[in-house]
Structures are given as C-alpha cells and as structure tokens.
Design a protein around this ligand. Structure first.
Ligand code: BTN
Length: 246
C-alpha cells in the first residue's frame, strides 16, 4: 500500500480520480492524495469540505480477491487504521460504526468505500479517507460545526499531517494483509470494538425505512453491528447509525 502515491495540488475528488485510474488498470495499493478537493464527496450523496493543506484527503485502490458482499470489511480496516494513527499522536478518538471517527462527540474523519464488481468478483475497490487535521474552528462551515470538527479545533494546535498519513497507510497495509492472507479482519475488529462509541449504548438507527431505537451489543468478526431490540438480536450490515445524545 502506498508504494505508488499520486499527489495532486488540487483535484475534484480523490475518489473520482482513483476510480478512473483503477478502471484504467492502476495497481493495487496505488494511493491518490490531494492537498485540496474542490468537489470532495461524502456518503449518501453529500459533499466533503476539503480545504487546501488542512487535511488528509486520500483514496486507496484495492483489488482484493474477496466476495463483493464482504467489501465493507475494508471500511472497518480503514476505520481501525485511522483510529490507531490518531491514538499514536495522542488524539483520543472513538470509532462510530461503520465508518466515522469522532472526537469529543463530533466527526473528525469519514470513509467512503466505492466498488466496481461483477457477480462474485471485485474488479476494484476505492477507499476514500478524509481526516480534518488542521482546519481552524472558525473555518468549519456553520451549518456543520455542531457535528463536525478537526483535530486542531479540539487539541488547540497544529498536528503533523505527513506523520499521520504515513501511520494510516502503514496500519492499513498491516490490517489489509491479514484479510488477504488469512481472510480475517480480527485485529481491525478488536480495535473497532475497543474504540467504539456505540457499544453498550442505546442508538437510533436511521434507514430509508425510517427510524428505530435499539441497543448496540457488539461488532462481529465479519464487521457487522449486533443490536438488541425488544430482546431480539439482529445484525446490521450497513445503514446510517446515529447515537442518541450526540
Ligand atoms: C463520509 O463520512 O460521508 C465520507 C467522507 C469521505 C471523504 C473522503 S476525502 C478523500 C476521498 N475523496 C472524496 O471525495 N471523498 C473521500
């Protein structure tokens, strides 16, 4: 991972670029990084504010030989890799399953995994990671400053973007190799469990079918969230999860 890094000063979206390169045959492990994104993309068709030099905006191209159904495992790997990198620089964050990192209750990192697959084969997978590193608190748009933050806004000083980027990629490689070699994401799941902001709490689950409440119990070895609702245990594989009280 990251043996080849393609760096842009400014780009629409590293995910768009990575998908284009992947479709043209770019090798597994190729990383696209930009200083600024003019059209950063979030989940559910949302945007992602990506100011110049203030964050880590990057996408990793992967070609895992796994069932497309298991693609979300790579998102768990990404969350674990980012959390571990932040913890190494003394930033005490939480993971909000399935793909957010939160700091003091606000989102500091988002992950957007996109896939091109046929029936039971993945052609390529792009995992886009956005970390708000040195954005000043005044620079965070008002519409989102109650739900979004940056490391700098919380810890009060600049942090080393390059060091965190390298840590994320090193961790990612380690956790991803476990998936490729042994078909397991055990190490990542242990981190996702220990750092989870959801486990043991009443959560609100918002899907396109509406909202409901349940208790988050565990994260499985496959990366699903186990919830309990009226004494019944259920597995969630995706969906927008929001925690009550945040
Ligand atoms: C989300 O939480 O909604 C996911 C946000 C993902 C943002 C990153 S920044 C790098 C990559 N390129 C994009 O356009 N999006 C992802």
């Amino acid at each position: 991972i990251g043996r080849k890094i393609i760096h842009f000063d400014s780009i629409d979206s590293t995910n768009i670029k990575a998908k284009q390169l992947a479709a043209e045959g770019a090798k597994e492990g190729t990383v696209v990084i930009a200083e600024e994104q003019t059209m950063g993309r979030g989940r559910l068709g949302r945007g992602w504010v990506s100011p110049k030099g203030k964050g880590i905006w990057m996408s990793i191209i992967l070609r895992p030989n796994i069932d497309p159904i298991d693609a979300s495992k790579v998102t768990q790997i990404g969350a674990a890799a980012v959390w571990s990198a932040l913890s190494k620089v003394g930033v005490d964050a939480y993971i909000k399953w399935p793909n957010d990192i939160v700091l003091n209750g606000k989102k500091v990192c988002g992950i957007l995994t996109e896939m091109s697959a046929e029936l039971n084969r993945i052609n390529y997978l792009v995992i886009g990671i956005g970390v708000n590193v040195n954005i000043n608190s005044q620079e965070i748009p008002k519409e989102i400053n109650n739900i979004a933050t940056s490391i700098k806004a919380e810890v009060g000083h600049d942090v080393d973007r390059k060091f965190i980027t390298a840590e994320i990629l090193n961790n990612f490689e380690r956790f991803y190799n476990e998936l490729i070699k042994y078909g397991s994401i055990k190490t990542s799941i242990e981190i996702c469990r220990k750092a989870s902001i959801l486990l043991g709490r009443e959560i609100k689950i918002i899907t396109n079918k509406g909202e409901r409440r349940a208790k988050a119990i565990d994260i499985t070895e496959q990366g699903e969230l186990l919830i309990e609702e009226n004494g019944k245990i259920e597995k969630l594989i995706s969906g927008e999860i929001s925690v009550r009280g945040i």
